[in-house]
Design a protein around this ligand. Structure first.
Ligand SMILES: [Zn+2]
Length: 112
């Protein structure tokens, strides 16, 4: 069980840090640390040594993890960063819903 409220592929809005106001797709979630990696957010510059012919090294930019509490899921329907509500829909399926407009964000409990 993870306490992280966001999942991979969620579109999220960044609330704080140097990238506050940006939004992007969640690339990875670490439930142990409660941190997430968001596409294009918290970019860090890494100077890499060449290791192999396929890995020329040089300066690369990679996303670093940010705390999940600093992001909000963006609702597909109302396009706003929204609080989520977990409830059962009319069919008895447990899902995350946008608190603002009620749209279903995603079904939960399907994955391990
Ligand atoms: Zn909504």
């Amino acid at each position: 069980m993870s306490k992280v409220h966001v999942k991979v592929d969620d579109n999220v809005y960044v609330l704080s840090g140097k990238d506050a106001g940006k939004s992007g797709k969640v690339l990875a979630v670490n439930p142990k640390t409660g941190r997430v990696i968001v596409e294009g957010v918290a970019m860090a510059t890494v100077h890499k040594r060449p290791r192999t012919a396929q890995d020329p090294g040089g300066i690369i930019h990679i996303e670093s993890a940010i705390d999940a509490s600093n992001v909000m899921v963006v609702c597909d329907k109302c396009k706003r960063p929204s609080k989520l509500e977990v409830r059962f829909d009319a069919k008895g399926v447990k899902a995350r819903h946008c608190k603002a407009c009620g749209a279903k964000i995603s079904v939960i409990g399907q994955e391990k």
